[in-house]
Design a protein around this ligand. Sequence first.
Ligand code: DAH
Length: 333
Amino acid sequence: MISEIIKELDNIKAKFEADSREVDNEKDLENLRIKYMGRKGSVTEAFQFMGKLPNDQKPILGQKLNVLKKEIQDRLDYVKQELDNQTQADIDIDVTLPGQTYFVGKIHPIMQILEEIKDFFTGLGFTVEVGREAENDFYNFEALNIPPDHPSRDMQDTFYLPDDLLLRTHTSPVQIRTMEKQQPPIRMLAPGRCFRKDTPDATHSPMFHQVEGLVVDEHTSFAELKGILLAFARTMFGPETKIRFRPSFFPFTEPSAEVDIWWEDKNKGTGKWLEILGCGMVDPAVFEAINYDPEKYSGYAFGMGIERIAMLKYKISDIRTFYNNDIRFLNQF
Ligand code: DAH
């Protein structure tokens, strides 16, 4: 007899547990309470089994009933707590509000290109040198064999500062500073900001970036320069890239050349040569300015505008977009 009653209690408990999982509001919970703990509820009615048992078995069933009653009450309390928390959460969190967006910073496209350039040349054993943005006439012009009447020295082109200083107009002065402080062999790269008194337009900015390269050793050759720059162009613009060396003039190199890449428009089946950098063999006059023996050493140098490389690579038509700090633009890189 008692074992059947105990089985019945287990059934009640199992059913209660199943029912309690269905509760999702206060009303359900109240119905659940009435169904089990109300005056005619299953648990309340189970107490009537007491009357059917002999006295010696009553305490056993009594204890079982009390345990069941407490378990059910605890569970009801717990479900009630859960519902209350849920209601509170509904008040605290308005799920219809848009989520919070966090802006993750990005590396500026100019700096990304610079990193690529640095990776290529440091892989060939070039060191990275840092010069000065405020230079003097000797490093920016004179030691680079730029004559006093050269147009770039004009007030129109150069920002002159007090105390005979100026804002460097190119990164070439870092060649001089590096050769001054160390003896050949030299393989250096010098990235940095340059300044020219240009009115901003699609292709000009009074502040821009260049990378300078210089190699000085006992035996260097134009062929080596060509090989390095071809490999560089192919790393930057793709393995099929074609380049050409177009004779040019720079006061600090002789012979000098400008390097163009062949820019093909596959859709139109046409293309054009676009200049990417200037280069040449170091002019002996430069070696003389820093007391290197031009009979013993030779060298080659190159210089390029980072904005220009970035504009070609990313097909950007206006240099000013790099400096507007428009996140919609910058986020694309
Ligand atoms: N300094 C030159 C300029 O700003 C670029 C340049 C050309 C650098 C030839 C070089 C070079 O080192 O060999 O236009």
